[in-house]
Design a protein around this ligand. Sequence first.
Ligand SMILES: *[C@@H]1O[C@H](CO)[C@@H](O)[C@H](O)[C@H]1NC(C)=O
Ligand SMILES: *[C@@H]1O[C@H](CO)[C@@H](O)[C@H](O)[C@H]1NC(C)=O
Ligand SMILES: *[C@@H]1O[C@H](CO)[C@@H](O)[C@H](O)[C@H]1NC(C)=O
Length: 361
Amino acid sequence: MLFSALFALSCWSLVLPSLSVAKPLPWAGRDVTKDAPYTVPVSTLSSAIECPSSTPIGDAPGGVVLLVHGTGSTGEESWGSTPYASLLPQLSPGFDICWITLPGRSQGDIQVSAEYVAYNVAPLASKSKTGTISVIGHSQGNLDIQWALNFWPSTRPLVKSFTSLAGDFNGTDEGPFLCGIGNLTSTGCTPATIQQSTTRLTGGGPSAFLAALHTFGGKALVKTTSLFTRYDDVIQSEQEPYPTSRLPGADSIALQDEGICGPAHLAEHFTMLVDTAAFALAYDALTHDEGDATSRFDKQYCFHYINETLVEGDLQLFAKTPDIVKSIVLDVSSFETEPQQKTEPALMSYVCESGSAENCG
Ligand SMILES: *[C@@H]1O[C@H](CO)[C@@H](O)[C@H](O)[C@H]1NC(C)=O
Ligand SMILES: *[C@@H]1O[C@H](CO)[C@@H](O)[C@H](O)[C@H]1NC(C)=O
Ligand SMILES: *[C@@H]1O[C@H](CO)[C@@H](O)[C@H](O)[C@H]1NC(C)=O
C-alpha cells in the first residue's frame, strides 16, 4: 500500500513538473528532511483528540479517520452532526472516527495549530487497525494538515490518505470575511486569518506563511484528494485558472465538474461539511488507493448519501450543521478568542532552517 502510494506520488511528479509552483529561493533545493520541534507541551498536544464512539478505537478494519476543523469552530461543532461522524463508521469496511479541537478555535498562529495535528498522527496510527490513519480537513484544517505533513515528514508514511474539503491551499482573497467586524488596517485580524490571506486583489502576494508552505509543500505530499465548490462564499477564488483548493499532484475535484454534479449543484463553504457528493467522493478516497474518482462517481450521490437509510434519523441534524457552524464562525470573529493583530506572526526558525523561507522570527 505504501509502495503504491509512493509510486503514485513519483508518477505525479513525473507527469506534473510544470505545475510545481514553489518559487525557488536562491539557496534552497533541499526538501525538509527532519521533523520540526514542538513548542507546545506534549500533554497539551495529545489532549486535543476526541474519539466520540462509545467503544475504544482500534477495531475498525478501515482504520482511524482524523477530522480537522477550520477557523472559528471546535471539532465537535464542525463534525459532530455530519455523515463523517455518524455514517462513516457504518460503511464498509468500517472506520474509527476521531476529531481534534485546535486551541483558540483555530484562530491563532497556524504553525502552532499544525503542531497539534502533526503530534497526534503517530499515536493515532499506532492504535489504528491499519497502522496508518486517514485525515479529512475542512477549510483551514487542510492548511494545518499540509503544514504538518510538510514540516514533520515522519508523519507522511503514516497518513494513508488526505481528503480536503474546501481547503484554501492558495489562501483566500477574502481574508477580511473572517475578520468579521475587524479590519486589518485599523483593528487588525486574528493570526490565522492574516496567514490565510493574500493581497492578490491589490496586486500583492500570499502571506509569508503561505509562501513558506508552498516552497516544498505546494503539492501533494501524500495521496491527496481536494474537493471544493465553485460557489464557495468564504474562500476565494475557486475559479480558474487558480482555484485556491487545487493542489498540484492531488486529485482536485470541483463538485460542479461535469463528471460530478454539474453547475446546478449549489454547495457553499459550510455545506461542504455535509454535502452528499463531497461525502461520496471522500468515502471513495478512503476506500481506493488510486484510479479515477470521477469515473467511479455515481450521480445519485448528488442528492443522497451512500446507504442513506443508515442515518435517516440524522438527516435533519446534518441539514442544520452548515448554518450553525457558519453563525458560530461569524460570531467568534466578533468576540475574538485570540488577540487581533495587524501583522502576521513571525515564521518559526525551523521554517528558515529547512530552506522554506528567508525571514524568520
Ligand atoms: C450499503 O448497504 C448494503 C446492504 O446492507 C451493503 O451490502 C453495502 O456494503 C453497503 N455499502 C457500503 C458502502 O457500506
Ligand atoms: C479599515 O480601516 C482603514 C483605516 O482606518 C479604513 O481606511 C478602511 O476604510 C477600513 N475598511 C473597512 C472595510 O472598514
Ligand atoms: C496561487 O495563485 C497564484 C495566482 O494568484 C498562482 O500564480 C500560483 O501558482 C498559485 N499557487 C498554487 C500553489 O496553486
